[in-house]
Design a protein. Structure first.
Length: 165
């Protein structure tokens, strides 16, 4: 059984958080950066690490492990920031997602993607677009636009604007 909203072969950027493999639709990904200095912003949610300067623009960075209720990301040589474009309430926001490591870009056909499970995952399944199958492994395909609420994005944006001032 495939996911009704996924009708064509799509490319996904895969990354790891702990031992889990996740994926984002490549169309939402702008670039992948090596870990860099993150300026802390006071009075923001725990998962928001701060902001980075990306070619003159202030970009908020979130720890995806904290956002998903895992332990904080431990920096390593593989730790990186995925710059994504998300849409909340019709507005586009650029955000950095701190992840343990980026794996690869892969193609998944609609028949390789199943609907998210109803139980048995540590994540709220509203964030999950589907479960990709590759060999004997599952890849959790995230819907990046549904991971953050409009209020969270407003708090992140306000924090970034205050630190830039």
């Amino acid at each position: 059984m495939s996911v009704p909203s996924i009708t064509t072969t799509s490319q996904y950027l895969t990354f790891k958080l702990d031992e889990e493999v996740f994926a984002l639709d490549i169309s939402t990904v702008r670039e992948v950066l090596d870990f860099t200095t993150i300026a802390r912003v006071p009075r923001t949610p725990d998962f928001m690490l701060g902001v980075i300067n990306l070619r003159g623009s202030v970009v908020p960075v979130v720890d995806m492990r904290l956002k998903f209720g895992m332990s904080a990301t431990e920096r390593s040589v593989n730790t990186c920031i995925i710059i994504v474009e998300i849409e909340i309430d019709g507005e586009t926001t650029i955000l950095g997602a701190l992840v343990d490591s980026v794996q690869e870009v892969l193609d998944l056909d609609p028949e390789q993607i199943e609907p998210p499970p109803r139980i048995g995952t540590r994540l709220d399944t509203r964030f999950i677009k589907g479960m990709g199958k590759r060999d004997n492994d599952f890849i959790i395909i995230l819907d990046i636009d549904k991971i953050f609420s409009a209020d969270e994005i407003a708090a992140v944006n306000e924090g970034g604007e205050q630190s830039a001032a």
